[in-house]
Design a protein around this ligand. Structure first.
Ligand code: NAD
Length: 255
């Protein structure tokens, strides 16, 4: 059972919760007693994560097979999550995708898919959850953006645009929702050891470059990111809204 409790204790929806950063966020939240709904298009991974968190932390969990770009499925999964968790007072939008395609080689269907999953879905999720968030004191949402919202990368223009868009969206949400008692923040992870980065860090020279670009000399673990997300969803962060917080081991602090 969890030794530490952080208020509020409402349920949290975690998209992309089957893997990597999303899964670590769901674990971190479960560890302080928050019920979690794991939404992912990977049904098996989501089920596995929900079972693991319930067993380890003794909190209510549920899993739902959801493509976050499917608005009707989002509405249905939200109803299922409310039923399973009792309340929904938080969101972590960690579902994301990246397709390396520099300008000159962009496939517009891939561009649209990247913007839809990484950026548009966050607005749609918050819109769907608006009533729940406003009804539950201490509600907050966190978008998983990226350091590529802050610095450019020539190989992934759609990804950079989607993540910078999340930071703008977060500021807008903070302004609209703050008076209603709901906070909105973004976390910008640096290079993090997850399945998404696996093909890249399998190249030893690329991994070495990424490790050296952090002043702390290593990649982030998913838990490094998850602990910050958990903090932003808690009342410990009651006066933080509208920020894009780099959790990158100093990558963006130096040139
Ligand atoms: N790994 C890094 O270095 C890094 C750095 C900065 C930001 N991020 C961001 O962190 C987030 C999590 O990435 P990760 O590294 O944990 O990757 P990951 O591949 O381990 O996890 C991503 C999850 O999102 C799910 N997903 C993808 N598209 C979906 C959709 N349409 N609907 C529902 N689920 C969907 C996948 O099934 C997967 O479980 C992403 O938004 C990513 O852009 C990652």
């Amino acid at each position: 059972m969890h030794a530490l409790t952080l208020s509020p204790t409402t349920g949290v929806v975690v998209t992309g919760g089957a893997s990597g950063i999303g899964r670590a966020c769901a674990h971190a939240l479960g560890a302080v007693g928050r019920p979690v709904a794991i939404w992912d298009r990977d049904a098996e991974g989501a089920r596995d994560a929900a079972g693991e968190i319930a067993a380890e932390h003794g909190v209510a969990t549920m899993s739902a097979t959801v493509d976050v770009t499917d608005a009707s499925r989002v509405d249905a999964a939200l109803g299922e999550s409310r039923d399973a968790l009792g309340t929904v007072g938080g969101l972590v939008h960690a579902a994301g995708m990246v397709i390396p395609q520099p300008v000159g080689a962009i496939q517009w269907s891939d561009w649209d898919a990247t913007i839809a999953v990484n950026l548009t879905a966050h607005a749609q999720l918050v819109q769907a959850m608006h009533g729940d968030l406003v009804a539950n004191p201490g509600s907050a949402v966190v978008a998983i953006a990226s350091i590529e919202a802050m610095v450019g990368h020539g190989a992934i223009p759609a990804y950079c645009a989607s993540k910078a868009g999340l930071v703008g969206l977060t500021r807008s949400l903070a302004m609209q929702l703050g008076p209603l008692g709901v906070r909105a923040n973004a976390v910008c992870p640096g290079y993090t050891d997850t399945p998404m980065l696996a093909p890249t860090i399998a190249m030893p020279e690329v991994r070495a470059h990424m490790e050296a670009s952090s002043v702390l000399g290593r990649l982030a673990t998913p838990d490094d990111i998850a602990r910050v997300v958990r903090f932003l969803l808690s009342d410990e962060a009651a006066f933080i809204t509208g920020v894009a917080l780099a959790v990158d081991g100093g990558v963006t602090a130096i040139d």
